[in-house]
Design a protein around this ligand. Structure first.
Ligand SMILES: *Cc1c(COP(=O)(O)O)cnc(C)c1O
Length: 351
């Protein structure tokens, strides 16, 4: 820390991402990336786009927004794109939060929400999940703008759109952000709510279901006035936020939608198999609508299992906080990766 860092940031605790080792070969089931590569068209278009890098990217990202709008049957005015969905979340927190407009989120959810409040000096209210880790809609009275991850992370539990709608209806003067990073692995989603109500913002990402975590591409969908507010923030802090290569890659990924949706189905099938196998090995697994499962073993603590697996070359994600310390979050890999995972897990459980 230099002597120039401002006072407010001296105690800032930043978001801690899952480990990304660049050197050692691990079976990587810790950051919810896709085990499948992007479609060949994505790399081809990105490299074509790279030939024009001397020019700035389109600050409107018009072609990309049009493609996303087409995918979801909305208008381009209902779409804003960003450098990863974390960036569009930041735009929303900046646009809507201040000292008298706190954000409300669950005690167990995506860790970035608290960080965004801290860094932007926005107060927050934490609402505990129920004992079974589900969200209780009645626990969200009118006390601030709301952000829900749905399916939630790291639990994986999906919340039915009717439940989310209850929250929207009891908070007509608040913005309700539904972070749907994992919606492509789930049965339903809340996009219809964003078209029906003027206070619902849906956030999506190309990182998980579209094999583009390294390209950084996210977006939000909502009423055009809400999107306009986010655009105001975007144009004030990062007008060329989506680079030429990522933009071309994103358009290609939408053209190849079938390929990605097939991969998602394959991941869901592997998830169902994984749950069965984990349960037969003595794990309790929370219901998942995502590309990961959250599981606790009856005998081995979460931290111990995480460490033992890491020594044997398998990375999963452990959070040492409160009532989830005995759980681990396990990303669903390819069939081969999961076979390997279960072989090594078997060894761990024998000792
Ligand atoms: C992974 C994730 C994100 C961030 O995705 P990026 O688009 O890679 O920034 C946002 N929200 C949740 C709940 C996530 O799990």
């Amino acid at each position: 820390m230099s002597r120039f860092l401002k006072e407010a940031f001296k105690t800032l605790s930043c978001y801690v991402p899952g480990e990304q080792f660049q050197d050692r070969k691990f079976i990587k089931l810790n950051t919810n990336e896709s085990p499948y590569p992007p479609s060949p068209l994505v790399a081809a278009r990105a490299s074509e786009a790279a030939e024009g890098l001397q020019l700035y990217s389109d600050p409107e990202s018009a072609a990309l927004r049009k493609a996303i709008a087409g995918l979801h049957h909305v208008k381009a005015e209902n779409v804003i794109v960003s450098n990863g969905s974390d960036e569009v979340l930041n735009f929303a927190f900046l646009a809507f939060g201040d000292a008298s407009h706190p954000f409300v989120f669950a005690d167990i959810t995506y860790g970035f929400y608290k960080v965004l409040c801290d860094v932007n000096d926005i107060p927050y209210v934490i609402v505990p999940l129920r004992e079974d880790f589900t969200v209780c809609a009645e626990d969200y009275p009118d006390s601030g703008h709301i952000v829900l991850a749905n399916p939630n992370a790291p639990t994986g539990i999906p919340m039915p759109a009717e439940e989310v709608e209850k929250i929207v209806l009891s908070n007509p003067d608040r913005v309700v952000i539904v972070d749907e990073a994992y919606a492509d692995f789930s049965e339903g989603n809340c996009l219809p709510l964003a078209l029906k109500y003027d206070n619902v913002l849906i956030v999506r990402t190309f990182s998980k279901s579209r094999s583009m975590a390294g390209a950084r591409l996210g977006y939000a969908l909502g009423n055009e006035k809400l999107i306009g507010d986010l655009k105001l923030v975007k144009d004030s802090i990062d007008p060329y936020n989506v680079n030429l290569m990522t933009s071309a890659a994103g358009i290609a990924a939408i053209e190849e939608n079938g390929y990605y949706m097939e991969n998602c189905q394959r991941i869901v099938r592997t998830r169902l198999e994984t749950v069965k196998k984990l349960e037969s090995l003595g794990f309790t697994v929370l219901p998942s609508g995502a590309n990961f499962v959250f599981a606790r073993h009856s005998k081995i603590g979460g931290e111990e299992l995480y460490r033992t697996l890491k020594e044997k070359g398998v990375l999963i994600r452990h959070f040492s906080t409160g009532r989830i310390r005995d759980f681990n979050r396990i990303t669903i890999g390819s069939e081969e990766q999961m076979d390997c995972f279960f072989r090594i897990l078997g060894e761990c459980l024998k000792n």
